[in-house]
Design a protein around this ligand. Structure first.
Ligand SMILES: [Zn+2]
Length: 107
């Protein structure tokens, strides 16, 4: 699957995440892992690891979500119990940009 960026580039989720790694920003930018409840961060990083093999990126994405809403992964689970595809479920929870303006395609 390829996603189209605002720039018109078509990239796989893995390619987008590889790019995002080099781009600072996101709600949790600069926040240490220890600023988040350990169990919630571990749960979030596991969910995000479906999209990247890089554990650091998965944690960074999870921290962005937990910074915005500490119940993000609980809500995601609830929504995914319905008929929605995981990517759609995530978009519903993204009512604002949490990963930084250059990371719009990272859900
Ligand atoms: Zn996200």
């Amino acid at each position: 699957m390829k996603l189209i960026l605002g720039t018109g580039e078509a990239l796989t989720p893995e390619e987008i995440l590889a790019k995002a790694d080099k781009i600072p920003g996101g709600l949790a930018a600069g926040k240490k892992d220890s600023a988040f409840p350990r169990a919630k961060l571990a749960e979030g990083a596991e969910v995000e690891s479906e999209h990247t093999s890089d554990a650091a990126i998965a944690r960074e994405i999870a921290k962005d979500h937990l910074e915005e809403d500490s119940s993000y992964y609980k809500k995601l689970k609830t929504i995914e119990k319905g008929d929605l595809a995981p990517e759609k479920a995530r978009k519903i929870l993204h009512d604002k940009e949490v990963h930084g303006k250059d990371r719009k395609s990272v859900v």
